[in-house]
Ligand binder design. Structure first.
Ligand SMILES: Cc1ncc(COP(=O)(O)O)c(C=O)c1O
Length: 366
């Protein structure tokens, strides 16, 4: 049996007629930049996240970058970020001119360890950028308390955690201003690049809106040195269709994760996902850990099962960040996670017989 790491076959076929009809409407409307579909999506996504505002942008990296620029983070500033995130979180900080300060994650849940933030706060610290990694909410109460104590901005990276909650409150609604991605593989995925910013602040929403559009509200009048990173009208059109399914698809992801949890408990030295108290998990990724990671990956690939590693090299050890002078061993928990983590296929449309095959092969390996 061949099982890819991800497949859009099921959702594409389910939505085919609806998507093509929406595309025809977009095509005929002849309003291709910041049109009604973008406005409609922004309204719906803000309502879904229980935030006052949503600003659609080009992708998740730009969303985070514009968030940082909106709160005036620049060259003299430090931003606290988990050491085990996807590179884009860190790139956003670098592009704003600031310095990323890496903090170790919890070894069990893989999210930012709030107990280790305070020791990294200096007079230059301007913000904390928690990442709801793999779909699990960070411990937001402790992070918000620290931010209040030291007068720091919180900017959430919600790219992997659409509809996740902490104590019932939506991720992406805690920070002063927050970014997310609708990269096609995300829980809410566009059919190309797309992203968004969420905030309750009228002032920051206004600033983000200007920044995404040349710093301009009124055509040919420029208030800020802005960028061009608008949510594309086609992508907004398609996201408006897909948004209706997000809640049901999130449940399906959680059900698939439950099957894995039940079937893989106690197999070999596998460490299965741990969900922290008060944090919900929307299973953007189903990540297991084993000391035999590389051998397991090679074996499963031979069996026709697509596997990925999120992420094999932590940002501080990437070539791109050599100038930060981090040595191997400097962030041991993040490095251990990078050496032992493996993501199993989990997507809407993955069938039970496919999961059974994956489980059977994992058991056969051990
Ligand atoms: C945690 C995280 N942050 C940021 C991004 C960047 O999003 P994009 O690929 O839309 O730029 C992604 C996804 O790619 C991500 O997983």
């Amino acid at each position: 049996m061949q099982i890819p790491f991800i497949s859009f076959a099921y959702t594409n076929s389910l939505l085919r007629a609806e998507i093509l009809q929406a595309f025809e409407q977009f095509y005929d409307a002849e309003n291709y930049i910041l049109g009604n579909a973008v406005q409609d999506f922004e309204k719906k996504y803000a309502a879904l996240n229980h935030t006052n505002y949503c600003i659609g942008v080009g992708n998740g990296l730009d969303a985070l970058f514009i968030c940082l620029k909106a709160v005036d983070i620049g060259t003299e500033d430090e931003v606290i970020v988990p050491a085990n995130t996807f590179i884009a979180t860190v790139l956003a900080i670098s592009h704003a001119g600031a310095t990323p300060i890496f903090v170790e994650p919890h070894e069990q849940t893989y999210t930012l360890n709030s107990e280790r933030i305070e020791e990294k706060i200096t007079s230059k610290t301007k913000a904390i950028l928690p990442v709801h990694l793999y779909g699990q909410a960070c411990e937001m109460e402790k992070i918000m308390a620290l931010a209040n104590k030291y007068k720091l901005y919180v900017i959430e990276d919600n790219a992997q955690a659409h509809l996740a909650t902490y104590k019932g409150k939506m991720t992406g609604s805690f920070g002063a201003i927050n970014g997310t991605s609708f990269y096609p593989t995300k829980n809410l995925g566009a059919l190309g690049d797309a992203g968004a910013i969420t905030t309750d602040s009228e002032n920051l929403a206004h600033k983000a809106k200007l920044l995404r559009n040349y710093g301009s509200e009124k055509r040919y009048h420029n208030e800020l040195v802005g960028y061009n990173s608008r949510l594309d009208e086609v992508q907004a059109t398609l996201l408006n269709v897909k948004l209706k399914y997000l809640a049901a698809w999130t449940k399906q992801r959680q059900q698939l994760a439950t099957i894995y949890n039940q079937e893989l408990a106690g197999v070999g030295d596998l460490i299965l996902p741990t969900i922290a108290e008060d944090c919900s998990h929307v299973f953007h990724l189903y990540v297991v850990r084993t000391e035999k990671r590389d051998a397991l990956q090679a074996y499963l690939n031979q069996c026709g099962i697509g596997m990925l590693i999120h992420y094999p090299i932590p940002p501080h050890l990437q070539k791109a960040y050599r100038s930060l002078n981090y040595l191997k061993g400097s962030l041991p928990i993040a490095e251990k996670l990078a050496d032992t983590s493996l993501s199993l296929p989990l997507y809407v449309g993955l069938e039970e017989n496919q999961i059974s095959y994956i489980v059977e092969r994992v058991k056969a390996f051990f």
